[in-house]
Write a protein that binds this ligand. Sequence first.
Ligand code: SAH
Length: 217
Amino acid sequence: MSYEVGYRSRRVRERLIHRLKERGISNPQVLDAIREVPRHQFVDEAFAHRAYDDDVLPIGYEQTISQPYVVARMTEALLRQGLPQRVLEIGTGSGYQTAVLASIVQQVYTVERIGALIRRAQKRFSDLSILNVEMKLDDGYVGWEEKAPFDAIIVTAAPERVPTRLFNQLEMGGRMVVPVGPVRQEQQLLELIRTDEGFEQVDLGAVRFVPMRTGAC
Ligand code: SAH
């Protein structure tokens, strides 16, 4: 008989799902995606035993992998009015949020400004046979004009203001989820829906993200 132990076990993952449900996450597609994507493969070996805690963890280069609750909440907001097909993500980081999205939607485009993080994420996608992700090393403020328009855009670093150029790459009726606010303080997580007149805004509460910087390296 063989037992799966520690962070690889079903039980540890189910505990996380239980916690997300307790905190109000209810979309079954989101819960299934978080259950299936192996978060321990998106952090360094040294943190693998904490991968299914509902916590932020370091991924190097002063960056972090988002907390599962925040990933779940942002993904749930993106899916609120039906399933988007083409999603743009800014801030690939570990690639975890990308992988969660890729297991739900048809095609994910993701932009990251740190080359070393892009390369690591790329390796993870190929190890996990995730094929519906295209990546670009660039400054996310410029978005990805060639691939626009997108049904949804998710920003996983915090700009001080709503990034207009990015917002304009949304399809009419499309939505952007973005934490907006001052560097190193709490930000407001906003859901912005593109309308003929501009946008509608839903406030999803306070969050804390690493700052969205300019330039790529
Ligand atoms: N979704 C990621 C979160 C990573 S943290 C995860 O779950 O792992 C935020 C990421 O945004 C960092 O990797 C950071 O380098 C990146 N970032 C910050 N400013 C950016 C910009 N202007 N363009 C693209 N990526 C940016």
